[in-house]
Design a binder for this molecule. Structure first.
Ligand SMILES: CC(C)(COP(=O)(O)OP(=O)(O)OC[C@H]1O[C@@H](n2cnc3c(N)ncnc32)[C@H](O)[C@@H]1OP(=O)(O)O)[C@@H](O)C(=O)NCCC(=O)NCCS
Length: 164
């Protein structure tokens, strides 16, 4: 599966897939979503990058990176989602994403935040080498009005295990 997963930059033609993926049933309490207009505006920004993961020639997920112009070389993984969770795409997707960031950009640090009530995502991030930086307490309001904690995680270039 690892060999079969490939990343490519997203373009406007990927917007239906991106919009549908972040709107999968149950995802509203796991991942933020944007309107089509917000995605279109962000696609044009030089400091942001959307990447599509493909397996067997089909898109299986997308990721959104931000902060590519950060003067402290900290890139943020703002959003990631696969259309069919639990099928084994997330781990190779994350590994390919980390490799992309540390080979295609000058990033020294790749970071993200994840809801503490998302043990699947936290497991995947730990498995691919992210470490916990701390907690943003009560820092997000879910669509149902609940306030939830966000865990900060990061991986440093020096911690990245280059694929052999
Ligand atoms: C997070 C996400 C990208 C991971 O991708 P995925 O394709 O589901 O991941 P995989 O199938 O490769 O791996 C899932 C891992 O989580 C584990 N897992 C599944 N449910 C779990 C749970 N409730 N608690 C802990 N671990 C769990 C699996 O056992 C597997 O680990 P393993 O490889 O060590 O066996 C995907 O689940 C997703 O898009 N979720 C919805 C959106 C989301 O949460 N995005 C992240 C926002 S920060």
């Amino acid at each position: 599966l690892n060999e079969q997963l490939a990343l490519r930059p997203a373009g406007p033609g990927d917007l239906p897939f991106i919009l549908a993926t972040e709107r999968r049933p149950g995802f509203d309490v796991l991942v933020a979503r944007s309107s089509e207009e917000e995605h279109v505006a962000r696609l044009a920004r030089p400091d942001a990058r959307y990447l599509i993961a493909r397996a067997g020639g089909l898109p299986v997920g997308f990721a959104l990176l931000e902060g590519l112009d950060d003067r402290h070389h900290g890139v943020k993984l703002r959003r990631i989602a696969v259309s069919e969770p639990g099928q084994g795409h997330g781990v190779p997707f994350m590994r390919a994403l980390i490799a992309w960031v540390f080979t295609e950009t000058a990033a020294e640090r790749l970071w993200l935040d994840v809801f503490v009530h998302n043990p699947r995502a936290r497991h995947v991030y730990r498995k691919v080498g992210f470490r916990e930086d701390g907690l943003l307490r009560q820092a997000y309001v879910l669509p149902d009005g609940r306030r939830v904690d966000r865990a900060l995680m990061s991986i440093l270039r020096s911690e990245w295990q280059r694929p052999s």
